[in-house]
Write a new protein. Structure first.
Ligand code: SF4
Length: 83
């Protein structure tokens, strides 16, 4: 019998904290502080690389993924030439 081991999302450090990961804007000081807290959580996450790879290839446009803001993800897509 095959044992289901789940996916990388089961190990996500952000589980239950989604309000921090989808700030309304990145220009407002309060919302920016939420984004900074989200990024700090990402930097402790055991699946950060899987998350970032997913977000880059899924062309996620909103929220914090793999310790990157949408602008950071856009720049990383350009750098890696992901179309
Ligand atoms: S890297 Fe950040 S957004 Fe991605 S799963 Fe981990 S905590 Fe969540």
């Amino acid at each position: 019998m095959k044992v289901e081991t789940g996916t990388w999302t089961d190990l996500a450090a952000c589980r239950g904290k989604s309000d921090l990961f989808f700030p309304r804007t990145y220009r407002d000081t309060y919302e920016r502080s939420k984004a900074d807290r989200a990024i700090a959580i990402c930097n402790t996450c055991p699946v950060m690389q899987q998350c970032r790879t997913y977000a880059l290839h899924a062309h996620e446009r909103f929220g914090i993924w793999g310790a990157l803001t949408p602008d950071g993800l856009r720049d990383e897509r350009r750098r890696l030439r992901i179309t």
